[in-house]
Structures are given as C-alpha cells and as structure tokens.
Design a protein. Sequence first.
Length: 294
Amino acid sequence: MTQTEPPAPWRQRRASIHRRWKVPFVFCEWCCERLAFQINQCALVRVLESLGKLSLLVAVVVYIWGIPERSRAVENAKKVKHYQAWQMINSAAGLSGDGGRKLALQDLCADEVNLDLINLSNAVFDGLQLHGCSMKRGNLDGTDFSSANIRLMNFYRASFRGSHSLGSRYLEACFVSVDARNAVFNCCHFTASTFEGADLRGASFINCDAKNVSFRFADLRGASISEFPSGKWKMSDLDFRDANIAGIQADPSIKERMTRMGAVSIEKNSEWDDFKRKQHFDPELQEMRFLLRP
C-alpha cells in the first residue's frame, strides 16, 4: 500500500517509547518508514505500480481469451491419444497376448469412449481394470481376464466363447444375452450382475462366489458348477427362474434348488427357443432394466 503521510518526527516517536532497550529497534523501523515514504513520492515508482496493476489485468484478459484455444488443444491431444490406442488395439486384433492393448483399453475406458463391437479375441489381460464403459456385441472369444477388476460394464450380446477368467471380480456387470459357450470362470466373484438370456452351454463355474446374480432364461445346458466352498454359492442370492439346466453338471442339491426356483430342463434348441418366446423374453428390455436399476 502506498504511504501518503510521512511518519511522525523522531522526537515524537521517541517520546512514546518507555523502555530503553526498544529504542534501537524502533529507530530502525522509523528510518525504513522515512525511506519508504521518500521512494513512494517518486513519480517513477507510482508509474511502475500502475503498470504492475495493468499487467495483471492484461494477464487475466489474455488467460480468458485463450481458454477456447487451450480447450481445443486438450481435445486434440485426447483425440490423438484415442487414435493411437485404437490403432494399437486394431493392429493386434485376433493375435494372442497383450500387445499393449491392456493399457490402451484402460485409457479408452477411463475417457468413457464407446467400445461397442470391439475385437479383443485371444488377448491376455492379466490384472485388467475396467470401469463404466460399454462393449456391446464385442468379440472377446478366447480372451484371458485373469485377476481382472471389472465394474459397471455392459457386455450386452458380446461373445466370450472359450474365454478364461481366474480370480476376477465382476461388480454390476451386464452379461445379458452374451455368448459364453465353454467359457471358464475360476475363483471369480460376481456381485449384482446379470447373465439373463446368456448362452452358457458348456461353461464352467469353478470355486466361484456369486451374490445377487440373475441367470433368468440363461442356457446352462451342459454347464459345470463345481467345487464351491461352503457358503460361497448362496442360492438365496441367485435367480434361476426359467433358466435351462438340462445336462448341467452340479451337486444334486444345487440342481434341486434350481428346479424349485423355476429352472427348466429342455434339451432341443427349437423347444428352448419356443419356450423363451412364449415367456416373452426380451433381451433388449432386460438390458434396459438392468442399466436403469436404482
């Protein structure tokens, strides 16, 4: 702040000091005040002070003016990153292994990019982390999802044929009408997910933990449910109404409880299709209901 009034004379300031040991310190402060007052009287100093305030105003205006350009630069950088990620994923389509696809996939998912129809067949995604994106009708045949942590994902009508999951976690995942024939789920955890209308023929659920999972209208013909630890496979938390369990390989007590829930045993494909049609099963409606759940 500019000092507009000169400090009081030293005699007057000295008279107000009652302790002698304070005199040198107060004198130094008084000298500084005098020097500051003299400097502030200089026109050049006032001009520089005004220029400083003006430069601050100019900086604010320039910053606001450059917001659209910076936003475009950020958007362009994101587009380049997405292009490179897609290039890496597409160039490795159908090949075995990672090929850098895991990091590319996680980056795209983190930016909420739509991943529908993506081809990730035969990829190895050990420790994959995915949250909140869509892979509807994606090709995930033969893919290894071991130790994956997958949350709020939509795999509607995706293909998981021959895929393998070891120690993976699926939280609120939508597997409505997926084709997971001969898929292997080993020591996996499913919470608040749905396999409604899924084709799980020949699939294996080994030592899995499932809670609040729906298998309504799922085709479990020839599927295997085995080696469940005590208390892990809580039938009270699962829904097998209208599921097809013909030829399922499971403990007799589990099959009995599935039947009591309303599971059916239909071997022929034509009869199974007729049954779903008569029950008015609509996979699109089931997907919508799951996505719009509270």
